[in-house]
Ligand binder design. Structure first.
Ligand code: ADP
Ligand code: MG
Length: 335
């Protein structure tokens, strides 16, 4: 288990990480999620050993590693920028760390080829210069280079950010399979909520050097503990005071609270169960995506509500249509 205990990180006068307390379990896929500049890379670098905290401790299975040198921590790192040796071929890039550790030629050859296969690099790619490879292949080399040293922990800092959307999804799926296969404790940094939700066992959401919430993807999404988390993850509607005042939401939203509901929890079809809020509105915009459509509805007091409806071919709504709107009160988040 990795433990951050009261960790503080300063850059001069700037307090980048404030009193971080966090546990990461063995074998877990754990993600640091947050907007640019919130301190994700800084925390990851303190775990790997590039940065020394100004206070607190980082322990690994009870052993204090706060000031242990990088090479003695057993943590592999993959960077957004790949950080490969551009003039060396793929094989030499992957072998580099093993050569530093003075592994035998035979051992290096066996491990390099085996890990290359696991990350889907073909034999004929092994002797190409990395500069001749595509971004996706270069990132595979970077992942192989980290994994070949059999680290206890793999740290990845926005490894997919430089790739195009399709490749990002493909590599994301491969990474998830690889992690399951190796069972390696993985710390993954991203600003992309979709990556965080699809990949992680647990997510820590950061804002301004502080953890806002730690939880499973579903917990963080469905039960966002802070207003920041609920706005940062997923698309959400703010329920404006005029709408609350003029509807049965008045009985649900506590006075003085700010209320939200996720887009997909706003329904145009009746919902079963108790505690369903019924509103009326008008379709003011519709975007057709094929699989689904996105709607903007205008409800009482002029509040705009966004929703998404699967295109099942049964119901079509046009701009100008009057619609009934249903919200399960359990899905209303209040801060
Ligand atoms: N070496 C440094 N010197 C001074 N400030 C830094 C340094 N590294 C990061 N920072 C600052 O610390 C904050 C967190 O940065 P970073 O960890 O890179 O954020 P993230 O990875 O979440 O985008 C930012 O405000 C950044 O400008
Ligand atoms: Mg960063």
């Amino acid at each position: 288990m990795i433990t951050f205990q009261d960790v503080q990180i300063h850059f001069g006068d700037f307090h980048a990480v404030k009193n971080l307390n966090l546990n990461i379990n063995e074998g877990e896929f754990f993600t640091f999620l947050g907007p640019s500049g919130c301190g994700k890379t800084t925390i990851l670098r303190s775990l790997v050993g590039f940065i020394s905290p100004s206070g607190g401790n980082i322990t690994l299975d009870g052993r204090d590693i706060t000031h242990v040198p990088i090479e003695k921590r057993g943590i592999g790192m993959v960077f957004q920028s790949y950080a490969l040796f551009p003039t060396m071929n793929v094989y030499e890039n992957i072998a580099f760390g093993m050569r530093v550790k003075k592994a035998s030629k035979a051992e290096i050859d066996k491990d390099v080829r085996e890990i290359a296969r696991k990350v889907d690099l073909k034999d004929e790619q092994l002797f190409k210069k990395v500069s001749e490879l595509s971004g996706g292949q270069q990132q595979r080399v970077a992942i192989a280079r980290a994994l070949v040293l059999k680290p206890a922990i793999l740290a990845l800092d926005e490894p997919l950010s430089n790739l195009d959307a399709k490749l990002r999804v493909q590599l994301r799926n491969e990474l998830k399979l690889l992690q399951k296969q190796f069972g390696i404790t993985t710390i993954y940094v991203t600003h992309d909520q979709e990556e965080a939700l699809t990949l992680s066992d647990r997510i820590a959401v950061f804002n301004n050097g502080v953890v806002e919430q730690v939880g499973t993807p579903q917990e963080v999404y469905d039960r966002s503990q802070t207003e920041f988390v609920c706005n940062f993850i997923g698309d959400i509607n703010r329920l404006e005071p005029e709408l609350i005042e003029n509807s049965s939401l008045k009985q649900i939203v506590k006075p003085g609270k700010i209320a939200y509901v996720r887009n997909e929890k706003v329904s145009l079809l009746p919902l079963p169960g108790e505690g369903v809020v019924h509103l009326q509105g008008e379709v003011v915009d519709r975007e057709f995506y094929g699989l689904y459509s996105k709607y903007v509805l205008k409800a009482a007091g002029g509040t705009l509500l966004k929703t998404i409806e699967k295109e099942n071919g049964l119901e079509q709504r046009k701009v100008g249509d009057r619609v009934d709107i249903y919200i399960n009160s359990e899905h209303i988040l209040q801060y």
